[in-house]
Design a binder for this molecule. Structure first.
Ligand code: GUE
Length: 286
């Protein structure tokens, strides 16, 4: 059996077309959504991602504001840049690209983002709202994963989902998203302390690899027909993006996200979605 593709690239392209129409409608009413990015340092991966986000903005008609800072930026300088974006009316939402250089405190930086402008859904107020079930921006990767599965008609209601990885950007918030009544999945959140990972992955209808360990999840750990979502973006020695699943899983699974071309493009599409949603709320007067 060969798995079908959970095509993030094509799905993200379709979502961007829908967003372009919504952005055009906003612009007709005099509202221009504007995404800001704050990038500190010269991590090549982060530069690629930020470039991609600005390209996406241009495609759908969102204005973009780019703030690139040197690696030795101080906490005070970073705070001043964040304050400036909070005060800038042309910026309706923004992100602070992670990881920050080691001398900067990521949680402290995220806490400075005006909750109304948190495009990533990773600031403390947004994560708190997610826990409480209140409306707010949703973290982009988890939201993109749910959207990708929905648009391929992979059943979430009652599904057994094994999420491998407990990080704050993906694993943990994905568990929160999937266990809402609207998704209604049963989630097992596995991590480095899990005693028998294979026992959990084998029991799952959907397995999400978000551990950042190349090839961690192998074909023998998969229930035949399961849907597999690969969040891993480790770079190998040749600079190629490698995921958390071994390639042989394609012979066992029912659905697999290509990588690249799966979760990454969906993450970027959901960032745009968050920005457009926020601009629409502004247009509605809230
Ligand atoms: N505040 C913050 N928000 C983020 O959303 C965030 C972040 N920090 N830090 C880093 C991670 C990583 N991330 C990716 C986004 C898109 C692709 C993506 O589109 N990848 C392409 C390949 C890109 C290429 O290699 O050219 C793909 O998978 O098809 C990958 C990774 C967002 N992140």
């Amino acid at each position: 059996m060969t798995a079908r593709k959970l095509d993030g690239k094509a799905t993200a392209a379709a979502i961007k077309q829908e967003l372009a129409i919504r952005v055009a409608a906003l612009r007709e009413r005099g509202i221009v959504p504007g995404l800001g990015t704050v990038l500190v340092g010269d991590d090549p991966g982060s530069q690629i991602y930020v470039n991609g986000k600005h390209r996406d903005c241009q495609e759908v008609g969102i204005a973009s504001i780019r703030v690139d800072l040197p690696a030795d930026t101080t906490a005070e300088q970073l705070r001043a840049e964040i304050d400036a974006l909070n005060a800038n009316d042309a910026c309706t939402g923004y992100i602070v690209q992670l990881p920050l250089p080691k001398h900067l405190d990521e949680h402290a930086a995220l806490a400075l983002i005006d909750p109304e402008k948190d495009a990533d859904g990773l600031a403390p107020m947004s994560l708190g709202k997610l826990v409480l079930g209140e409306p707010g921006p949703l973290p982009c990767t988890p939201r993109g994963i749910v959207e990708l599965l929905r648009r391929h008609d992979v059943e979430l209601n009652g599904a057994e989902v094994c999420v491998v990885g407990r990080g704050t950007t993906v694993g943990r918030p994905l568990g929160l998203l999937l266990t809402r009544r609207s998704e209604n999945s049963t989630v097992t959140l596995c991590h480095t302390g899990t005693r028998d990972l294979a026992a959990h992955t084998r029991a799952a209808d959907i397995v999400v690899g978000a551990a950042g360990v190349p090839g961690l999840i192998t074909a023998d750990m998969i229930k035949p027909g399961a849907a597999l979502v690969d969040v891993g973006i480790t770079r190998n020695a040749e600079g190629k993006q490698v995921g958390d699943f071994a390639p042989e899983v394609w012979d066992v699974a029912g659905w697999v996200t290509p990588n690249p071309g799966g979760v990454g493009p969906m993450t970027r599409a959901m960032l745009l979605e968050n920005v457009v949603e926020r601009a629409e709320a502004l247009a509605a007067g809230s």
